[in-house]
Design a protein around this ligand. Structure first.
Ligand code: ADP
Length: 501
């Protein structure tokens, strides 16, 4: 553990945290939970109390949905597309100016290393706001050449318009708290919707602070409501609410299934970004040095707490032993420690519960006979640290090769042929992302065609952009976030017929 002097907390963040109790944000104003209940949010680096948060429940979701419905017909609906663009750019400017403070808050609430928060989460969040700021002026309908067989020669004008879907319920996880919030809010707002956002109970603070920033940027009250709370109460209330028109959900497949069921009541639209057990496939002809770095980043970024973690690594047999040794070596040189230290590579997991879950998978891996090459234990210190763990000689049927661990644990396996790699890579209920490492262009594209996943990275890993679609196939979910695909999700098409006869 490193013990270097840490950078001082940003004064804005100090001020925010000094509130101690953080309220819900409903209709543009702070609000206590109807029940009066609160819950604690902890700093996972040492288990200390970071703040107390109003615990939203069904009654609060009702209030938030009512505020959002009202906001849909208020000043928000009167803004021109160019004005919505300006609001989103203003939000991007404000977030950029406060990037240091928001990055530190993510570190304190989630445990991610400051270097990742500063170089990843924050620039990506600002980029999403800027990208979607460009959309309001470009969302348009079409004219359509229609024919009416029972009225030959008749003339009609037909056109379409894209309208906001209405009230969007956004239920997000704890692994990228701010980024996930912005990923939903930016397109939803670009399209003119109103939102009820429920951050994860482990990491509620940055969403609340973002809600205030959006008000400052000119988003009218009620357009963005933030209701922290627990899944089975606040989350379920959003998923089943008759006043919510669309739910965007990111989380586990198990909970996603519940949210889909709950959505049936009013036929709300749903997009689902769920779990993964993503294959990272290395051919022996690849740049092995680059592949080792890519595998490493693929599994250990954000302490492995990514739905897109490359948790199943397949290595072509001639390169297998060498790569395995390289990975184990790299894992041993990881600097784990206080995530606020700019030198720290890996911080703690988000919670004690998550640490225990990950440790139980490590125990299963050992019991099932996988070869432990590095890590395999909690790291020293009071926080929820787990060492970066590399298992070799893993077999496809082992739990660590099948189930999503959501932690810094990688299962490495050899393969002999391309077809075998494809079959094993696809032999999972999930299909979120994948990666292929090879210098052979044909092989790379053959793999890209054959792998069943929402994303295929070729000779790279974990690249994302506001313009590129994100989402999965199979039980990794459906619908795509980001890019113009998000605009389709957050708008409804209306068909207009005009009789010209
Ligand atoms: P993770 O395993 O990443 O914590 P979850 O699927 O448990 O993922 O949680 C993701 C989000 O879904 C969180 O905001 C959580 O509070 C919420 N959630 C959990 N259970 C439910 C539920 N039954 N209905 C709606 N939302 C839920």
């Amino acid at each position: 553990m490193s013990t270097a002097a840490l950078p001082a907390l940003h004064p804005l963040l100090k001020d925010f945290l000094s509130r101690k109790t953080h309220k819900l944000l409903i209709d543009g104003a702070p609000a206590d939970a109807a029940s009066g209940q609160t819950f604690a949010t902890l700093n996972p680096a040492d288990g200390s109390l970071l703040g107390t948060v109003a615990e939203g429940g069904a009654a609060d979701v009702d209030r938030a949905v009512a505020a959002a419905r009202k906001a849909l017909t208020g000043p928000w609906s009167e803004l021109s597309p160019a004005q919505r663009e300006r609001v989103l750019h203003k939000a991007a400017d404000l977030l950029e100016a406060r990037a240091e403070a928001f990055a530190q808050l993510e570190v304190l609430d989630n445990g991610k290393p400051i270097r990742e928060a500063k170089n990843g989460d924050l620039p990506l969040a600002v980029g999403l706001l800027r990208y979607f700021a460009g959309w309001p002026t470009k969302i348009h309908g079409e004219t359509t050449p229609v024919s009416v067989p029972y009225f030959p020669g008749a003339k009609f004008l037909h056109y379409t318009v894209r309208e906001p879907v209405g009230v969007v319920g956004a239920i997000i996880p704890w692994n990228f708290p701010l980024l996930m919030a912005v990923e939903r809010l930016a397109p939803a707002l670009a399209c003119g919707n109103a939102v009820v956002l429920k951050p994860a109970e482990q990491t509620p603070l940055s969403a609340l602070w973002l809600g205030e920033l959006l008000l400052e940027a000119g988003v009218p009250p009620g357009v963005v409501n933030v209701v922290p709370g627990f899944g089975p109460t606040a989350g379920a209330a959003i998923a089943g609410h008759m006043g919510v028109d669309k739910v965007t959900f990111t989380g586990s497949t198990e909970v996603g299934r519940e949210v889909v069921k709950a959505s049936a009541g009013n036929m709300k639209r749903v997009t689902m970004e769920l779990g993964g057990k993503s294959p990272n496939i290395v051919f022996a002809d690849a740049d092995l040095e680059a592949a080792a770095k890519g595998i490493f980043m693929g599994i250990f970024y954000n302490q492995g707490q990514c739905c897109s973690a490359g948790s199943r690594v397949f290595i072509e047999r001639p390169a297998y032993e060498k790569m395995l040794a390289a990975l184990a070596e790299r894992a041993k040189s990881v600097r784990q420690g206080d995530p606020m230290d700019p030198k720290t590579h890996m911080g703690p997991l988000v919670s004690a519960e998550q640490r225990n879950r990950v440790l139980s998978y490590i125990e299963k891996g050992k019991k099932e006979g996988a070869k432990l090459l590095s890590g395999g234990a909690p790291a020293e210190g009071p926080g929820y640290f787990v060492q970066p763990t590399v298992f070799g000689d893993v077999r496809d049927e082992m739990a660590i090769a099948r189930e999503e661990i959501f932690g810094p644990v990688v299962a490495v396996m050899p393969f002999d042929t391309l077809d075998e790699a494809v079959a094993r890579a696809n032999s999972t209920d999930y299909g979120l992302v994948s990666a292929v490492w090879t210098k052979d262009v044909k092989k790379a594209h053959q793999m890209a065609q054959k792998i069943k996943a929402g994303t295929v990275w070729i000779n790279c890993y974990h690249f994302v952009d506001a313009a590129a679609p994100w989402g999965g196939v199979k039980q990794s979910g459906y619908g795509r976030e980001k890019g113009h695909w998000a605009i389709e999700n957050y708008t409804a098409v209306k068909s207009v017929w005009v009789d010209l006869n």
